[in-house]
Design a protein around this ligand. Structure first.
Ligand SMILES: Cc1ncc(COP(=O)(O)O)c(C=O)c1O
Length: 218
């Protein structure tokens, strides 16, 4: 028999409230089967999200103490900027506290009434920010992405034919092309490198800026 030991120690334990199956059935019924209407205190195992629900490493906790809260010129920012530039050679890097805050900034420029924004699948906060600006978001994931039983290896791929037809149809009302990697709202499905290149090529062909929503890149 093979024994698997997870190579870390968990140093902090947070108690959770146990519930019975009957209680859980009542709670989910009372929430009208809407997971967002549940109180997290009532949730034993959170399968809605992993955002902020996992343990932090010792290095992450100590970084909180090293963090410098200066109003300007903070070394924390320069460390962050260097880490991002190490991965992606952007000239301009704007830190935000969460993905949804970055979206609010992005769509204050790219959103607005009458605009149409394509994506493989918009995450719920992305769609929320787009629609709050007055624009419309559209999901153009490949048809295999809608079939949970399908074994296609890249079910987060953009449907490139649909995207080309979309860009032709909506013309100047499209401010940018987006691709969410991995496709969280589409079941966390991956996107192939070939599909990323194909999506970028179409964005270039139609002269649109290309944005990757990389909230799940790691
Ligand atoms: C693809 C994607 N976009 C945007 C967001 C929003 O990020 P945040 O929860 O940090 O606001 C998430 C969060 O899970 C996400 O997965």
């Amino acid at each position: 028999m093979k024994t698997i030991i997870e190579p870390f120690r968990i140093k902090s334990v947070e108690p959770i409230r146990m519930t019975t199956r009957e209680e859980r059935k009542k709670l989910i019924r009372d929430a009208h089967y809407n997971l967002f209407a549940l109180h997290s205190d009532d949730v034993l195992i959170d399968l809605l999200t992993d955002s902020g629900t996992g343990a932090m490493s010792a290095a992450q906790w100590s970084a909180v103490m090293r963090g410098d809260e200066s109003y300007a010129g903070s070394p924390s920012f320069y460390r962050f900027e260097a880490a991002v530039k190490n991965l992606m050679p952007f000239n301009h890097i704007i830190p935000t506290h969460q993905g949804r805050a970055a979206e609010a900034i992005l769509f204050s420029m790219f959103g607005g009434t009458g605009r149409n924004i394509p994506n493989n699948t918009h995450f719920d906060t992305t769609r929320g920010n787009i629609e709050a600006s007055g624009a419309e978001g559209h999901d153009l994931v490949i048809k295999e992405g809608h079939d949970p039983a399908n074994m296609h290896p890249f079910k987060g791929n953009m449907d490139l034919e649909k995207l080309e037809a979309y860009l032709t149809k909506h013309g100047d009302s499209v401010p940018c092309v987006m691709l969410t990697i991995t496709n969280n709202a589409g079941g966390g499905q991956p996107v192939s490198l070939e599909n990323i290149q194909g999506t970028a090529a179409l964005a270039r062909k139609f002269d649109k800026p290309f944005f990757i929503d990389g909230c799940r890149f790691a």
